[in-house]
Write a protein that binds this ligand. Structure first.
Ligand code: NAI
Length: 328
């Protein structure tokens, strides 16, 4: 049949875009039976570069790729979108205060939210990758009142994958032996990677590590500051790993998380675990029937509580700042 799914990718000419688009075209975003039409959004200065990437996508002769179009206008780019990957964002430049950064990104995510509201498909699912991801997602969501709020998510899957890899390395086991990892809060240095409910080969991971000092002084900061480490070593920020995490997030959202495991995603809080309702915060989540659900009933000890609260407080400050700026 001619049915295909419309996937809109913003920041398509950027470094994450370059890694992401070929993974999508090869069928890894949605599964090997789903044909995809790519709709690339860039700013006018970068449209030509995105067109170059579109030529390369054509050269890949991907059987599942039903077409590629490039746009510089959000209204057209999001028209009919079933999946939207919001990667393009305004980076922090020298001398920029947090307020300036939030304001510059508000100028991007407000019109994109409006465009999604106006023209996206009924089943639209949005993943925000561009930083500050949680608050950018909140801005877009607030400007799309006709779209169910739960369809707006932000990416903490890269943090999740980093935490899984670091724990597996410490325990000397393959990553596939690690399950039930959790990232709580904001995709920022305040995030809390929580191993207290994680399992290694079905046994409690914190007990297997049995080294609270390593968890507090090495594991948590290593995961939270891994982005800076990549910049330091690679000379450029994480790109292919971020693209890979975006693929994982959407694939699991659409196809479901494996039985007996969960993952991490920043989704609109319903008040679970004391996270104020409406904030877009990272939780342990499963996906069932195409919807994220927060894993309930986990016991949160004092150590974890303090770290979750600190990251959530940062999200509340960001929300207050964008309210003050009139962005939501
Ligand atoms: P990049 O600078 O290589 O590419 C960004 C692209 O976005 C540029 O081509 C730019 O022209 C485009 N862009 C800017 N404004 C736009 C707009 N209004 N509409 C459409 N396109 C627009 O950056 P890179 O490395 O690809 O990273 C993209 C974003 O992802 C950054 O904000 C980065 O901080 C974030 N990121 C998030 C991660 C996460 O775990 N959530 C991990 C790694 C990066």
């Amino acid at each position: 049949s001619d049915s295909s799914v419309n996937v809109t990718v913003t920041g398509a000419a950027g470094q994450i875009g370059y890694a992401l688009l070929f993974r999508i075209a090869s069928g890894q975003l949605l599964g090997a039976n789903t044909r995809v039409k790519l709709r690339l959004l860039e700013i006018p200065q970068a449209v030509r570069a995105a067109e170059g990437t579109a030529l390369e996508l054509e050269d890949g002769a991907f059987p599942l790729l039903a077409g590629v179009d490039v746009f510089d206008d959000p209204k057209t780019a999001f028209s009919g979108a079933n999946v939207a990957l919001l990667v393009g964002a305004r980076p922090r430049t020298k001398g920029m205060e947090r307020g300036d950064l939030l304001e510059a990104n508000g100028g991007i995510f407000k019109p994109q939210g409006e465009a999604i509201n106006a023209g996206a498909a009924e089943d639209i699912r949005v993943l925000v990758v561009g930083n500050p991801a949680n608050t950018n997602a909140l801005i877009a969501q607030r400007h799309a009142p006709d779209v169910p709020a739960e369809r707006f998510t932000a990416m903490t899957r890269l943090d999740h994958n980093r935490a899984v890899a670091q724990l597996a390395r410490r325990l000397g086991v393959p990553v596939a032996e690690i399950s039930k990892m959790t990232i709580w809060g904001n995709h920022s240095a305040s995030q809390y990677p929580d191993v207290f409910h994680a399992e290694v080969s079905g046994k409690n991971a914190a007990e297997a590590v049995n080294d609270q000092q390593w968890l507090a002084d090495e594991f948590i900061p290593r995961v939270a500051k891994r982005g800076a480490e990549i910049i330091e070593v690679r000379g450029a920020s994480s790109a292919a790993s971020a693209a890979s995490a975006a693929i994982d997030h959407v694939y699991d959202w659409v196809n479901g998380t494996p039985e007996g495991d969960w993952t991490s995603a920043a989704i609109v809080s319903d008040g679970s675990y004391g996270v104020p309702a409406g904030l877009i915060s990272s939780f342990p989540v499963v996906s069932r029937g195409g919807r994220w659900e927060i894993v309930q009933g986990l016991e949160i000890d004092e150590f974890s509580r303090a770290r979750i609260d600190a990251s959530v407080a940062e999200l509340e400050e960001e929300r207050a700042a964008v309210e003050r700026l009139g962005l939501i």
